[in-house]
Design a protein around this ligand. Sequence first.
Ligand SMILES: [Zn+2]
Ligand SMILES: [Zn+2]
Length: 229
Amino acid sequence: MTHCLWCDIEIIPQITWETFLIYQNPSPICEKCDSMLQLLQGTRCLICNREHPSGGLCFDCERWEQNPQTKGLLTTNHSLYTYNDSMKEIMAKWKFRGDYVLIQMFQEKINKAYKKLLSKSYQPILVPIPLSEERSKERGFNQAEAIAECMDPKRIQHPLQRITSEKQSKKTRYDRLHSQNPFTIQHSITQPVLLIDDIYTTGSTLRQAAAILKSNGCPEVRSFTLIRG
Ligand SMILES: [Zn+2]
Ligand SMILES: [Zn+2]
C-alpha cells in the first residue's frame, strides 16, 4: 500500500491493460497533489526559460546579453515547474526541514526532462551548485545534488566550492567588490557542463558559476533547475 508523499492519502493504483502488462513504478504522489504542481508551459524566454509571450528574450536576459562581461555565459536554462504557492510550501519543507525523500515527487519528471535535453552531440558533465560548508552542515544534504542524482549519478562532478558567507563578510568592502564570485574551482572541466540547481531566480549564481568554469577551459555552460522563480 502506498501513501502520497505529500498529503499521506492512500494511493489506489489504477489497473488498466497498460499497467497490467507493463510494470510501472507507483506514483509517489496522489493525483490531486500532482495537479498542484504546475509545469512550465507555452512559449518561454530563449535563454532563461521564463514564460514569455513571444518566445524571444526577456528583459533580464537582454540585460545579461548586453553586458560584455556576462554575455553568453549561460547558453540556456531549462526549468520544470513554476514557483506557485504549493511549490513554495514543498520547497520550504524540502530545503529547510531536511525532508530528503521529497525528491521522489520529482524524480521521474526530472529524469525524463534530462533525457530530452541529451543528444548524440550533447552529453554534458553534471555540476550541482554546491552549498557552502556551513549551509551544508545546517541542511544535511544539497538539494541540487539530489536533483542531479535523478539524472545520471555517473556524470556528476564537483569542480566548484562555495566560499562561506561568513568568510565573505570578513572581507573588506574593496575585496568584496572585486571578488564577488562566491565560487572557487578545484579542477577544470574541458567538456560542456550542465549546472544543476533547485531554482532559477535572477540567474546570477548560475552565471557566476559559469564564469569560473569557462575561464578555466569549459567550452559551454547550460543549466537545469527544478523551478523557475
Ligand atoms: Zn497527495
Ligand atoms: Zn530570460
